[in-house]
Design a protein around this ligand. Structure first.
Ligand SMILES: O=P(O)(O)O[C@@H]1C[C@H](O)[C@@H](CO)O1
Length: 449
């Protein structure tokens, strides 16, 4: 157990600072090359490479097929960093040390980690030379408490209890399947579950049978701790296993696996793995910042479209209102010396009827009788002598005859409008406007003093 060991944030930061001061590259993608896959770095342009032994704080690689070099370079103009050689626990490194570079990459601004490894297949459909996209993993070391995250949690990197479901990015996995189809190598590529065992010995037949029964498709001695640490600190992860051998799981099988065979398959398939990795890397190299910029552009375009739709709607409303009112007759009534004016819009056939009621009920006072006529004259005098009183009396009078001139429903609405009309406020204007929208009979009123 290595849970007592701690690496302070400063140590990761010192290594990151040293690297950043020794290269102009600012990679967004980091790649860990598995056994025999160090050539994945070969296509990088403008390389800056550093032996692990020269990098402060970096562990040393001791396994054949793991060169022990960190290579910075460009692929299609995008910077990335490639580990030619990884660290395994069986070499004597603590799990925290085996994953040291991951946090350094995070501090350097890396956003995506591509892990590759050599692995033995347990699934019958996976043959040596095939490429397995890692869909998920079983971390046998982690299940028994051997985890690089054991010990005090550094909240600056991530939470105490990170979720691991979906740790292998779904989008990048589907992308690789697409790319494999386009490259005509789809029959070499399939998804599967990777299991990490401690090594360095290969599996016994009984262990192989157990792994097979547990649903493991391919087994190896690395990767899971790196993915745990990368997920903890928020990196997007993509993983590829190159199947270098079939794990012996029958007592009748006389074959056995060895590391040279593993490296040989790596060399033979290196070109295909490199092409697949390069294509994913190119896509992953599009930084979150660029993705965010695209989202902002999308938001701006959506708002613009929304604004245009609103303008079109407003214009349509205006046109509709204009056509709706075009056959209406407008009558303007001024109440004598008093500062009350009314505009009545109605259909021509109603206009005549309206005016008749006006004359009958308000001017000639036929229905209200001589008493009312007297009362009206009184009120009129009152109003003329006291203009502020007019603001109550005239609307009241008007509302009386309007109530009688219109069918009951509209009449009630007219009354409300007239009663709230004095003094003329924005609200009363809004109510008047609302009235103009009403159905038959089309009487719309507006008044202001
Ligand atoms: O670093 P990876 O996981 O690719 O290496 C595998 C596992 C052992 O280290 C080695 C066995 O041949 O290859």
């Amino acid at each position: 157990m290595h849970s007592k060991e701690q690496i302070g944030h400063d140590e990761y930061q010192n290594t990151a600072d040293w690297l950043m001061s020794h290269t102009k590259h600012r990679p967004l993608v980091a790649i860990i090359c598995g056994s025999g896959l160090g050539m994945l770095a070969d296509t990088l342009k403008c390389q800056d490479s550093f032996d692990y032994s020269d990098i402060p704080g970096f562990p040393q690689s001791t396994v054949q097929g793991h060169a022990g070099r960190l290579v910075f370079g460009e692929l299609k103009g995008k910077s990335c960093v490639c580990m030619q050689g990884r660290f395994h626990m069986y070499e004597g490194h603590s799990l925290l040390k085996t994953t040291f570079p991951i946090r350094v990459f995070k501090l350097m601004g890396v956003e995506t980690l591509i892990v590759t490894n050599a692995a033995g297949s347990l699934a019958d459909g996976l043959q040596p030379g095939d490429i397995m996209i890692i869909k998920d993993h079983i971390n046998f070391l982690g299940l028994v408490g051997l985890n690089p995250l054991c010990g005090p949690n550094d909240d600056k990197f991530g939470p105490r209890f990170p979720a691991m479901s979906g740790c292998y990015d779904k989008g990048l996995r589907s992308l690789l399947m697409e790319i494999a189809k386009q490259m005509g190598v789809a029959d070499l590529v399939q998804e599967g579950v990777y299991a990490m065992v401690g090594g360095p010995n290969f599996e016994t037949i009984a262990e192989a049978k157990l792994l097979h029964r547990l649903g493991v498709d391919a087994v190896g001695m690395s990767t899971a701790p790196e993915v745990v640490v990368a997920t903890h600190c928020g990196l997007r992860v993509f993983g590829l296993s190159l199947i270098t051998n079939k794990v012996v799981k029958s007592y009748e099988d006389s074959e056995s696996v060895n590391h040279e065979g593993v490296l040989e398959v790596g060399r033979l398939r290196s070109h295909t793995v490199q092409q697949l990795k390069n294509k994913v890397q190119r896509t992953a190299g599009m930084s979150n910042a660029m993705a965010n910029q695209q989202s902002i552009d999308l938001l701006f375009i959506s708002l613009l479209i929304l604004f245009l739709v609103l303008v079109v709607l407003i214009v349509l409303c205006w046109v509709f209102r204009h056509f709706k009112n075009r056959n209406l007759t407008e009558m303007r009534i001024s109440a004598g010396q008093l500062p009350l004016r009314m505009v009545i819009r109605t259909k021509p056939e109603h206009a005549q009827q309206f005016m008749d009621h006006l004359m009958d009920r308000f001017i000639f006072q036929e229905e209200t009788g001589p008493d009312c006529e007297e009362a009206f004259t009184e009120e009129h005098e009152q109003v003329t002598s006291n203009p502020s009183q007019s603001q109550k009396v005239i609307p009241k009078k008007m509302s009386q005859w309007i109530s009688m001139a219109l069918p009951p429903r509209q009449a009630r609405k007219r009354e409300m409008t007239l009663n709230s009309r004095s003094p003329c406020t924005d609200q009363s204007q809004a109510e008047i406007h609302a009235l103009q929208q009403q159905d038959e009979p089309q009487h719309a009123l507006s008044s202001c003093h």
